[in-house]
Design a protein around this ligand. Sequence first.
Ligand SMILES: Cc1cc2nc3c(=O)[nH]c(=O)nc-3n(C[C@H](O)[C@H](O)[C@H](O)COP(=O)(O)OP(=O)(O)OC[C@H]3O[C@@H](n4cnc5c(N)ncnc54)[C@H](O)[C@@H]3O)c2cc1C
Length: 327
Amino acid sequence: MRKAVRKTASFQDKGFMRISEVFHQNQPAISFEFFPPKTEAASQELFQTIQQLVPLKPTYVSVTYGAGGSTRERTHDLVVKLREETNLLIVSHLTCTGSTREEVFQILQRYDEHGIHNIMALRGDSPKQEPANRSEPGFRYALELVTFIKKHFPHMGIGVAGFPEGHPDTPNRLKEIDHLKAKVDAGADYICTQLFFDNRDFYDFCERCELAGVRIPIVAGIMPMTSRKGMQKMGELALGARFPGKLLRAFTNATDDAQAERIGINWATEQVLDLLEHNVPGVHLYTLNKSKASLQIYDALGIERFDTLAQCQNAERPPTKSRLHRS
Ligand SMILES: Cc1cc2nc3c(=O)[nH]c(=O)nc-3n(C[C@H](O)[C@H](O)[C@H](O)COP(=O)(O)OP(=O)(O)OC[C@H]3O[C@@H](n4cnc5c(N)ncnc54)[C@H](O)[C@@H]3O)c2cc1C
């Protein structure tokens, strides 16, 4: 394995910040997640969304990763484009199963060269997938990826996934926290959670983490549901996610899509307000590449917006008007 060449120039870039630093600021991190678009039309739509969301001055944005050739390239291209065209702090997701160590090294090196220094280190959903070249060693769990990044790119910031309602592969919830703790001990800087609809699951998860000695920031993953179809899809993607009866009833009683959307956004807004009142270190909004829900949540929180991209280029996020300052 070659040695990673550390590019000092990118450290001086204004966009560079190790993710752990954002949690030392005196207000909660608010971040957005995007996925790489598959078509030109979807790409244009995403960049419109980004134009609308950049003035909200998110603390950082993250881009999901799909294993496999073309999807992998799309993540890379989007991350680099965001890096070049915006002032956003970017976290790039990276999954490890199905890739060789050399492949992962090359991906990380390319990010390093482009000034992307924060990685969400994940296993991915196809653990049985073998690397293309079976003679080369691969990865089994995200823990191995965290260790690998720490070894070869020690200056990079690392996020890992957490599952307030449990991960389907590990029914033993005590063991699951042990596995999470191992990722933290290996060098993760923060945890971002799977989506959840009942904040009590998140608070309970935080308490269990604390008891296990996990003392890094835990960012709450919130997905504003905007349609009944979206809910069905999430039921599949986020296996095990619990949809509270109250939310399901409201969705079932919705007379049309517009009402279902209002219900979903209101639910997410209430969740975010409650989380911030509980002084969470961060809230991560799964945007699904749309801006409406995030804009409405910001408005409901009373966070001032910049009017133009130019205004926010070199400024801090505006102060929140309401009760959101952390003491
Ligand atoms: C915030 C977030 C972002 C995500 N982004 C993406 C993305 O961009 N692309 C994508 O493809 N997927 C993404 N996922 C999905 C994720 O890849 C899957 O949920 C995956 O199944 C678990 O990933 P992990 O990193 O938590 O894996 P791991 O930490 O490796 O855990 C996976 C399972 O293995 C168990 N385990 C860990 N270590 C051991 C051990 N030593 N022995 C036995 N069992 C063990 C864990 O308890 C868990 O059940 C994301 C998930 C979240 C929550």
